[in-house]
Ligand binder design. Structure first.
Ligand code: FES
Length: 111
């Protein structure tokens, strides 16, 4: 069964993406053309995959690990519901998930 994920891009435009259970949120966002660099490819060594989860969805995700929390401290524009998208694997329970890609994302191409 396909899942839908909505990304809000830095300009505020909603982009709907199709996904399957088990897909990684970072990969889906990249495939949908969002500016998610994901420099370290999921090693929790960057924070360029930072997204802000819609508050109504945040508590439905698994808790972030301590390493992820530490890395989020370095993420530009981090908020209470920030997560590293590379650490989120989609499940059927996450059908409809909405996340924003912050304008301040550390896109290496702009630095
Ligand atoms: Fe580097 Fe997610 S891709 S922390």
């Amino acid at each position: 069964m396909g899942l839908k994920v909505t990304f809000i891009d830095p300009r505020g435009t909603a982009i709907e993406a199709e996904a399957e259970a088990g897909d990684n949120l970072l990969k889906i966002g990249q495939a949908a053309g969002l500016p998610l660099e994901g420099t370290c490819e999921g090693q929790m060594a960057c924070s360029t995959c930072h997204v802000i989860v819609a508050p109504e969805w945040f508590d439905r995700l698994d808790e972030p690990s301590e390493e992820e929390e530490d890395m989020l401290d370095f993420a530009a524009g981090a908020r209470r519901t920030s997560r590293l998208s590379c650490q989120i694997d989609l499940t059927e329970a996450l059908d409809g998930l909405t996340v924003s890609v912050p304008a301040e994302s550390n896109d290496a191409r702009r630095m």
